[in-house]
Write a protein that binds this ligand. Structure first.
Ligand code: ADP
Length: 455
């Protein structure tokens, strides 16, 4: 059993992990950058140690500095959160070769799933369907496949993530240029030029399955999360269960997610992501081998604490929960509130929070690291708060979300709250009949209208 958990992360997820540690009686140690010295995780952790300057490369991604900090503080385990080192193979290998327990999957698991084209090949072997495409980084063969499956196609960086490193190609004429651009961008952004090909699906839904595996044979699958409200392929709103998924599709998604986990002997928490077409046919797109931003909706729907479960699995415990214990107890929705200006092309809006009033009352959970007087630093991603509401029905969760958004006051920085107020009163969202491209189209038509008004 370990007692001291190191957290080389920041923001709401660092706080989330600190809270689980406290509830389990473990000592939390935050490894923070100079840019986060006044942050709430630094104030609430049991111990703190600075790991470098604000730039992520010099702090949250600085493996030698983090390893030294773990040595100095006597940490016995490390929870990486999401982002930063959470899926970094060399870091996990260092932990595996030392006495530090990595709270997450094995380096081998990450190797198989972190490379998205290899992940496709791996799951295909386990009889999980993937979108028609081609996995090899070979221009001639990929082009031949693109012509065979038909345009539009999408070229993706194998090492890509966070909605970046993807190019949609509408015609054969554009293919060569897009292939090369995608490779160049992949090299710059992810350090390797490898790309692969998929058919571009029209109006799919992004539906994902949380899994929890104890490494001792038990694999649990959780009710789906619908993450189809996206901008630039990045999730903004997630809900569970999905208004689109029926029991038949849910069973299929469970079966596929289970096969993915079993096929690679997966350990700890992970998420198997699918695109589902309008005929309700699901295709694997990738697996995230970490805790995800949107995990709270699953916690609310099922009543299971995923972060605590991650820690207990890493301690070597056998999962006590059984598949029959995982039920849909309510409907939950999450909004990722970002420090960005939705009226100005979502430009980041760091700065000092001058006034903060948080919503409350029944059916609301808030995961945030901000407080009145806190300065949102410019160096990191712009997520400042996860507003999560839940209710007996989807309607109740939505009513509570509208109420909560109206109660919230964040002054001093711009946030995406005004956009969420529009989405939660839009008939398409309310009907539940949205797909991954819907929000982008809505924003385009809104911009056009605004420009016409200005003229
Ligand atoms: P990332 O690893 O960057 O999150 P994913 O492969 O998970 O990338 O895809 C992110 C989003 O991009 C999906 O939710 C979907 O909106 C869009 N997308 C990805 N692949 C396809 C595809 N083949 N057809 C249509 N949309 C796609």
């Amino acid at each position: 059993m370990f007692k001291k958990v190191f957290i080389p992360n920041r923001g709401e997820i660092a706080l989330r992990i600190i809270r689980s540690c406290k509830e389990l009686g473990l000592t939390s140690i935050i490894g923070y950058s100079e840019g986060d010295k006044n942050s709430l995780p630094v104030q609430l952790a049991d111990e703190k140690i600075c790991i470098g300057p604000p730039s992520p490369g010099e702090s949250y991604l600085n493996i030698p500095s983090i390893v030294s900090a773990m040595e100095i503080t006597g940490a016995e385990a490390v929870h990486p959160g999401y982002g930063f080192l959470s899926e970094n193979i060399p870091f996990v290998e260092i932990c595996e070769a030392s006495r530090i327990i990595f709270i997450g999957p094995t380096a081998e698991n990450i190797k198989l799933m972190g490379d998205k084209s290899l992940a496709r090949k791996t799951v295909k072997k386990n009889k999980v369907p993937v979108i028609p495409g081609y996995e090899e980084n070979d221009y001639e063969k990929a082009f031949a496949h693109a012509k065979k499956i038909g345009f539009p196609v999408i070229i993706k960086a194998s090492a890509g993530g966070g909605g970046r490193g993807m190019r949609i190609v509408n015609s054969p004429e554009e293919f060569k240029k897009m292939w090369e651009t995608c490779q160049e961008e992949a090299k710059i952004s992810f350090g390797e030029e490898k790309v692969y090909l998929e058919k571009f699906l029209e109006r799919p839904r992004h539906i994902e399955i949380q899994i929890l595996c104890d490494g001792k044979g038990k694999i649990l699958v959780f009710p789906e999360r619908d993450c189809s409200i996206q901008r630039r392929h990045q999730k903004l709103i997630e809900e569970s269960p999905s208004p689109f998924v029926d029991e038949k599709l849910r069973k299929k998604l469970y079966r596929y997610a289970y096969r993915v986990a079993r096929g690679i002997n997966y350990k700890n928490a992970g998420t198997v992501e699918f695109l589902v077409n309008s005929d309700r046919i699901p295709y694997f797109i990738e697996m995230n081998t970490r805790i995800q931003v949107e995990h709270p909706i699953t916690e609310l729907v099922t009543g299971i604490d995923l972060v605590k479960s991650q820690i207990l699995i890493a301690e070597g415990e056998k999962l006590k929960i059984n598949q029959e214990d995982i039920r849909i107890n309510c409907h939950a929705i999450e909004c990722r509130i970002n420090a960005e200006d939705p009226e100005n092309d979502f430009i980041p809006s760091p700065g000092k929070i001058k006034k903060l009033i948080l919503p409350g009352g029944p059916g609301i959970r808030i995961d945030t690291h901000i407080y009145e007087g806190y300065v949102v630093p410019p160096y990191y991603d712009s997520l400042v708060m996860k507003l999560i509401t839940y209710g007996k029905t989807r309607e109740e969760a939505i009513e509570r979300m509208i109420r909560a958004l109206n109660e919230t006051v964040i002054e001093g920085i711009k946030t995406t709250i005004p956009l969420y107020k529009e989405i939660f009163s839009h008939p398409i969202f309310l009907s539940g009949r949205y797909s991954v491209g819907w929000l982008e189209k809505y924003l385009l038509s809104k911009n056009k209208k605004n420009q016409e008004v200005k003229k």
